[in-house]
Design a protein around this ligand. Structure first.
Ligand code: ZN
Length: 297
């Protein structure tokens, strides 16, 4: 049976694992994301130390990334503000060092593929995975294919209506100010209220406002892409009251127009947490490896 390697390459930490799926992980490690040389070197050392030959490696990476196989900078992180990582050739260096096929995609597309393989999106062909954490990103499948296109989706930077009287906070996105990420990522909540999101009490006005922004984004995505399900991961979504607030707000915003029982009557099963919980990222990377190995054959 083929064994795969997966790298959840985050802006804060790298998680590396070896195995075939959620019930079959043979080794795992994690370390902070420092310079590309040191971080990629540690990942390579971990995989080289494994006693078995890996069939492929999957990398689910922070971005933006170049996903165009015809591009000379395919597999690179492109324009990140993270020091040292602009134009870092992540996939190429891993592939050269280990000599195996490499599957490379965004962190959210990786997580989406993992959820499709083993989690909350099994059996679906059109669904979304969004992470709401230190940033906001979204990916998923359309008609059974991971979304790529021109670059890759940047759902975190969609523009939303902003009621300046209700919320005078200008937002923190360096490009757009009050885009979705600028208003609703963890650091935006902290900047608006002057304390970290996880220290705000359950009945704080931060939460209905947060639910409002997320629901505005989801309503736009539902009307644009018609997903069969939406998975919301990331640290901010660990706040227990958020899911019910977001679901109700999505129903209110759509106002009965999208005539699907999933939205009208079964929204608890329509807007859901990841089936793989906090493992969605690294298991998604394993799923990318599995997909890379099967295209090679
Ligand atoms: Zn933005």
């Amino acid at each position: 049976m083929a064994i795969y390697g997966g790298i959840e390459a985050g802006g804060t930490k790298f998680v590396c694992a070896v195995g075939t799926g959620p019930d079959e992980l043979q080794a795992e490690t994690q370390f902070p994301t420092t310079s590309p040389d040191e971080t990629i070197g540690r990942a390579v050392d971990f995989f080289k130390a494994q006693p078995i030959e890996l069939a492929a490696i999957g990398i689910a990476a922070f971005g933006p990334v170049d996903l165009d196989p015809a591009s000379p900078t395919y597999g690179h992180i492109t324009t990140t503000p993270k020091p040292g990582w602009t134009q870092a050739n992540l996939a190429g260096r891993i592939s050269r060092a280990l000599g195996v096929p490499v599957g490379f995609d965004t962190d959210v597309n990786g997580a989406a593929l993992g959820e499709h393989r083993w989690g909350a999106a099994r059996g679906l062909d059109t669904f979304l995975y969004l992470t709401i954490g230190t940033g906001i990103g979204g990916g998923g499948m359309l008609g059974g294919n991971l979304m790529h296109g021109l670059i890759h989706p940047e759902m975190g930077h969609m523009r939303l209506p902003h009621d300046w009287d209700a919320d005078p906070f200008p937002g923190i996105c360096p490009y757009h100010g009050d885009c979705l990420e600028g208003m609703a990522a963890g650091p935006a909540i902290q900047a608006r209220w002057g304390q970290p999101a996880q220290t705000l009490p359950d009945d704080h006005p931060a939460w209905p406002l947060q639910a409002r922004y997320l629901a505005l984004a989801l309503a736009n995505l539902i009307c644009t892409l018609s997903p069969q399900r939406i998975i919301l991961g990331g640290g901010v979504m660990n706040v227990p009251q958020l899911f019910p607030l977001v679901r109700r707000e999505v129903q209110d915003l759509l106002n009965g127009y999208v005539q699907a029982p999933e939205i009208l009557d079964q929204i608890d099963c329509y807007i859901v947490p990841p089936g793989l919980a906090s493992r969605a990222g690294v298991l998604g990377a394993l799923a990318l490896a599995e997909a890379a190995a099967s295209t090679q054959q």
